[in-house]
Design a protein around this ligand. Structure first.
Ligand code: FES
Ligand SMILES: [Fe+2]
Length: 467
């Protein structure tokens, strides 16, 4: 039904534009524009019919060139209209303004070296963290992952269950996931074939002895697979999970379908990213200029784009117990062009920050409903991998979902430029206002995820960025 509305709208727009252009430039009376369109469609249809019913002359080299162009065009149409989005921006791709003769990547390296880190909260909070999207780990596959100061072996057994173990084998230290085979719910070390059970990390087989010492085991981490993600529970003192990741009914039932992902690598402390949700003032400023003005904070104020603007309202609050680990954000968005609001661009957003590193951002729009799932994963103390997935009502055209996702990515990339270049301000200079007190409230809420006393976890951050 919505797709029908979109098609009618597009046709009306094409007719309106062509009619006014024809009349003003080519002096064709409006009445004749319709018959010109009919003739043009007829000619195109008859040419297409001839092309598909005529056997091509395969001795003519031009035929191959035409077929190649046709294949390219068809691929392009498929890619734009049907292929899910995959937008990846690594550190140094964006988020820096090149200094002098230096490239963006060189500037990234310099900015990181000279930034004062100062006093920062613990870099690895307690909670559930996204490891990878489920589709990235097939049955029988093992992958090595570094995050939260840990080296991990992540694998999916033959029944489809995902497991996470410490990566290094206690025998002689081989990395289990680098060449290790997945067999009978276990991972087999690639070096001397000791086997470790996925559920608890216990060694269950050593090929050259019957006696398996009880201490022969690796640490296994609590895992939860939900909403298209494999999550791992991290707790600095080793405590068991104290809350569950909620399900998204529409995603589980297939009512909302996957339409793409974005991935951004950001040089900042993890808390900076969720804190954005309670920072209502930055919405109007950083995210006010229209998305076509781009992601460079320096250029986006170009007056050529000032005719259109994003408008936001937002409110954030902590949920009552037993959901004290959840923050709720209500957001509205619209776009005005020459001061006139475009109703098709309105969004009503209801977001939940679930613990330190996961957000479900559900939205309602003119074209249907959906959700952005955001995960933040600390790869190093000041290096975050932020991934967004979008799921939308199945009848929403893929290109519309991709448009939402690109729009969202552009807004995130403006934040990335702020995050990459700022320092964590442990004692911010807040002024007496509702706006700043909301950020203070968010800081108090987020502090529940920090370990009571910081554990001496292995830190393997590089001091510098090298490209
Ligand atoms: S190092 Fe793993 S079995 Fe020897
Ligand atoms: Fe933002």
């Amino acid at each position: 039904m919505i797709q029908g509305r979109v098609l009618v709208l597009i046709c009306v727009l094409i007719l309106a534009v062509s009619a006014s252009v024809s009349e003003t430039i080519r002096q064709i009376p409006l009445m004749e524009v319709g018959s010109l369109w009919v003739k043009a469609v007829e000619t195109l249809a008859s040419r297409l019919l001839t092309a598909v019913t005529t056997v091509p002359d395969m001795t003519d080299p031009l035929t191959y060139a035409k077929l190649a162009v046709l294949a390219g065009v068809l691929y392009g149409v498929w890619a734009v209209f049907f292929r899910p989005l995959n937008r990846v921006r690594k550190l140094g791709d964006i988020g820096y303004i090149p200094e002098g003769a230096y490239s963006t990547k060189e500037t990234a390296s310099m900015v990181q070296k000279r930034r004062k880190v100062g006093k920062i909260p613990p870099p690895y909070p307690n909670g559930w963290f996204g490891i990878m999207e489920s589709f990235l780990l097939k049955k029988g596959e093992a992958k090595t992952v570094s995050m939260l100061g840990q080296n991990l072996a992540v694998f999916r057994d033959e029944t489809g269950t995902a497991h996470v173990l410490d990566a290094y084998c206690p025998h002689m230290g081989a990395n289990l996931a680098v060449g290790g085979r997945v067999l009978d719910g276990c991972i087999e070390c690639p070096f001397h074939a000791w086997r470790f059970r996925g559920v608890d990390g216990k060694c269950v087989s050593i090929p050259y002895t019957e006696k398996i010492p009880d201490v022969a085991r690796v640490k296994s981490w609590p895992v939860c697979e939900r909403s298209g993600w494999i999550f791992m529970w991290h707790h600095a003192e080793g405590a068991d999970p104290t809350w569950e990741i909620p399900r998204l009914e529409e995603v589980d039932s297939g009512a909302w379908v996957y339409r793409g992902r974005t991935e951004h690598h950001i040089n900042a402390h993890i808390e900076e990213i969720p804190e954005n949700g309670a920072d209502v003032v930055h919405l109007g400023h950083v995210h006010g200029p229209i998305m076509t003005a781009g992601v460079n904070l320096h250029n986006m104020w170009d007056k050529w784009w000032s005719f259109a603007k994003h408008h936001w309202t937002a409110n954030w609050q902590q949920c009552p117990e037993p959901d004290g680990h959840v923050g709720a954000l209500k957001l509205t968005h619209n776009i005005s062009v020459f001061g006139i609001t475009i109703p098709m661009m309105n969004l009503q957003v209801s977001a939940r920050q679930i613990g330190p590193a996961l957000v479900y951002l559900e939205f309602k729009s003119f074209f249907g409903s959906g959700v952005f799932i955001q995960t933040v994963t600390p790869l190093e103390p000041l290096l975050q991998k932020v991934v967004h997935n979008i799921y939308v009502t199945s009848w929403m055209p893929t290109c519309i979902a991709k448009f939402y996702m690109v729009g969202e990515a552009i807004q995130v990339e403006r934040d990335v430029m702020i995050w990459n270049n700022k320092q964590y301000e442990a004692r911010p200079m807040f002024v007496k206002s509702k706006e700043d007190s909301l950020i203070a409230k968010h800081r108090r809420w987020y502090s529940q995820f920090y370990p009571a006393k910081e554990k001496n976890e292995s830190i393997f951050q590089k001091d510098t960025l090298e490209f």
